[in-house]
Design a protein around this ligand. Structure first.
Ligand code: C5P
Length: 321
C-alpha cells in the first residue's frame, strides 16, 4: 500500500471581473488567483488491484469532486486499484475559496504518482477543466492570471508578501445563482472593461513600486451577492476600515478577505473583527499568501518518497520507463 498525507490549499481572487455570458453558457472572466495557507487535509492510500474501488471517508459531501477526480485519473492513465481518501475539511464550503476544486486538483496531482503512472501537464489541465472551472488553477498555484472560463492560466509575478484574514460568515453562496443575479443586475457589455484590470495586473509587478495596485482591486460579484446578504458588505467595509488593502469578497462569495503589510496590523484587525462579527457561525482565519515556489515545494514534500526528482507536475518513481 502507498500512502500520502496531502494539504489542499484554498485560494482567493485578488481581482475578479465578469465580462459577458458566452455561447456555451459559461461567463468570460478575468481574474487573479492566489493560493493561501488555509488548507484541507487529505489522507490517501493506494493499493494496486485489478478491480477499482474508490472510498471517501471523513466527509458526507454528496457527489464529492474527490471521487470524480479519482475516477477521471484511473480512466485517463488506464489504471485500476483500491484508493481510499480520508478528508478533513477545513476550508469553508460555498465560500468562494475553491476548497472542493483544490481537493480535486490534489487527487489529480497525487493519484497518478501513487498509481505509478506518468501523466503530462496538458492531460491534467484537461481533466481539471472537466471537473470545474477553478480546478486547473490548483495544478499550478501561486499568483496566476485566469481568463476564459477561468481555466486558461498564465503565471504572474508573486503578489507582494502580506498577511491576511479570511472571514467566512457561514453562508453558502451558489455560484450559478450568483452569475444569474449578476446578469439580472448589470448589463455586461460584450467587450467588457478590461482596461482597469490590465492596469491592476501591471501594477502588481515588483517593478512598479508605489503603484498602489490594491486600490484598483475589484470583484464584480460583490454588488449582486451583497444585495442578498447585507452582512457581507458590512464585513467587507469593516476590513477596509481596519486598513486592509485590498478588502474584497473571494470568488462568488461568501467569504471576505483582507491583506495587511504587517503581522501587527493584521493582529489588531483580527481583534476588532472578532469583536464585531465573531460567533460560532462567522469564522476568522489567519492566512498567508503561498507563492508558486512554496506551492511546488509543498507538493514535492508531501509526495516525498513516491516521486522522482523535483519536476512539475510531480512524476512517479514507480512508473515504468
Ligand atoms: O465550472 P464550474 O462547475 O465550477 O461552474 C459552476 C457554474 O458556475 C457553471 O455551471 C456556470 O453556471 C457558472 N460559471 C459561469 N462562468 C464561469 C464559471 C462558472 O457561468 N466562468
Amino acid at each position: 500500500m502507498r500512502h500520502a498525507q496531502l494539504r489542499a490549499l484554498a485560494k482567493v481572487n485578488l481581482d475578479l471581473r465578469v465580462l459577458h455570458k458566452r455561447a456555451d453558457g459559461y461567463h468570460e472572466i478575468r481574474t487573479v488567483f492566489q493560493t493561501i495557507s488555509l488548507a484541507d487535509r487529505i489522507e490517501v492510500s493506494f493499493t494496486p488491484s485489478r478491480k477499482t474501488s474508490i472510498v471517501l471517508t471523513g466527509s458526507d459531501i454528496p457527489d464529492n469532486l474527490i471521487v470524480r477526480a479519482a475516477q477521471a485519473v484511473f480512466d485517463a492513465v488506464k489504471a485500476t486499484g483500491v484508493v481510499e481518501f480520508r478528508l478533513d475539511k477545513r476550508i469553508p464550503m460555498g465560500a468562494g475559496l475553491g476548497g472542493g476544486s483544490s481537493d480535486a486538483a490534489a487527487v489529480l496531482l497525487a493519484l497518478p504518482v501513487l498509481a505509478g503512472k506518468r501523466i503530462d501537464a496538458g492531460t491534467l489541465a484537461r481533466l481539471g477543466a472537466a471537473l470545474g472551472s477553478d480546478v486547473p488553477f490548483f495544478l499550478y498555484g501561486g499568483t496566476a492570471l485566469g481568463i476564459g472560463r477561468g481555466t486558461e492560466l498564465y503565471p504572474l509575478p508573486d503578489a507582494p508578501p502580506s498577511h491576511g484574514l479570511v472571514v467566512a460568515p457561514g453562508i453558502h453562496v451558489s455560484t450559478p445563482e450568483a452569475y444569474r443575479d449578476l446578469n439580472r443586475l448589470t448589463s455586461m457589455a460584450a467587450d467588457g472593461d478590461t482596461g482597469k484590470f490590465e492596469v491592476l495586473v501591471w501594477g502588481m509587478d515588483e517593478d512598479s513600486p508605489g503603484s498602489g495596485w490594491t486600490a484598483g482591486c475589484a470583484n464584480d460579484f460583490e454588488s449582486a451577492v451583497f444585495g442578498r446578504h447585507p452582512l457581507l458588505r458590512k464585513i467587507r467595509d469593516r476590513l477596509r476600515h481596519e486598513g486592509a488593502k485590498p478588502a474584497l469578497m473571494s470568488g462568488s462569495g461568501s467569504s471576505l478577505f483582507g491583506l495587511w503589510a504587517s503581522r501587527e496590523r493584521r493582529a489588531d484587525a483580527m481583534v476588532e473583527l472578532a469583536g464585531a462579527f465573531g460567533s460560532q457561525r462567522v469564522q476568522l482565519h489567519k492566512i498567508e499568501l503561498v507563492n508558486r515556489r512554496r506551492y511546488r515545494a509543498l507538493w514535492w514534500k508531501q509526495l516525498g518518497k513516491h516521486i522522482t526528482g523535483e519536476t512539475w507536475p510531480p512524476q512517479s518513481r514507480y512508473a515504468q520507463k
